[in-house]
Design a binder for this molecule. Structure first.
Ligand SMILES: C[S@@+](CC[C@H](N)C(=O)[O-])C[C@H]1O[C@@H](n2cnc3c(N)ncnc32)[C@H](O)[C@@H]1O
Length: 229
């Protein structure tokens, strides 16, 4: 049990005290330095800061019919236009490796189309991914063992961002299933001010945007739900 880490700044209202509030992603302590140029064009990791956006708020859900009743959700505080960046997703950036000799492509089994929300890839016990069980872990980048820019030939590399222990308000975005007929937002891979690779939440391009007071809802993808059945 490590000591609780301090927040970067005063967290937004309704932030749970047990989770560290961070204004920018952090690298996991064992993140291999040869992977840094793949997520940061400058070659060093110094991501830009994201302040809590004034157009969103964290709210506890107290609607019995909501499948995440009693948990938190992310809500629009003002109207948010279509195709607008709602909030970048902060968390701990980590990596996992699967030897090409032991790799089993079970994406089809998991129904993992192009989802960013991670399902369960098969891994050897010595390559277990401690973030695999996290409900706050998103896939940022996958590099196949044969890719020319792979600094670890022979291994499939997976880079993810996990907001289980530390993050920002983006970690509270819920899935639309059981709440609305369709999502009003989506995860997109983007770049911060310094070109760093990051995960972001956007309003859908072809939509009316999100009305004040509405819950911001994405699709976690079939793979996410499939791996939890
Ligand atoms: C990324 S977190 C979302 C924030 C979470 N509600 C909280 O308060 O920390 C993912 C978790 O939210 C819950 N969740 C999100 N969307 C859901 C849905 N449509 N139906 C049921 N549970 C949902 C599940 O417990 C899931 O493991």
């Amino acid at each position: 049990m490590g000591s609780r880490q301090r927040h970067d700044v005063l967290p937004p209202p309704n932030w749970p005290e047990s989770i560290t509030y961070i204004q920018k992603p952090r690298l996991s302590t064992n993140f291999p330095s040869p992977l840094i140029p793949l997520i940061s064009p400058s070659g060093s990791f110094n991501p830009s800061i994201t302040k809590h956006p004034s157009h969103v708020q964290i709210r506890c859900i107290s609607q019995v019919s909501h499948p995440a009743n009693g948990q938190n959700g992310l809500f629009a505080k003002t109207k948010i236009k279509p195709n607008e960046l709602i909030i970048p997703y902060n968390g701990v950036i980590h990596s996992s490796f699967i030897s090409e000799n032991t790799y089993h492509d079970d994406q089809a089994k998991n129904g993992m189309d192009n989802d960013n929300v991670k399902g369960n890839d098969k891994q050897r016990p010595d390559e277990l991914d401690e973030h695999e069980e996290s409900d706050y872990d998103l896939s940022l980048l996958r590099i196949s063992s044969s890719q020319i820019n792979n600094p670890f030939p022979g291994y499939h590399v997976s880079i993810g961002i996990d907001a289980a222990q530390m993050g920002n308000a983006a970690r509270f975005v819920n899935d639309y299933r059981g709440v609305k007929n369709q999502p009003n937002a989506e995860f997109r891979i983007g770049n911060g001010e310094k070109g760093e690779l990051r995960m972001e939440i956007w309003t859908l391009k072809k939509s009316m945007g999100i009305s004040k007071g509405d819950e911001i809802l994405v699709s976690y993808g079939k793979g996410w739900w499939g791996s939890r059945k």
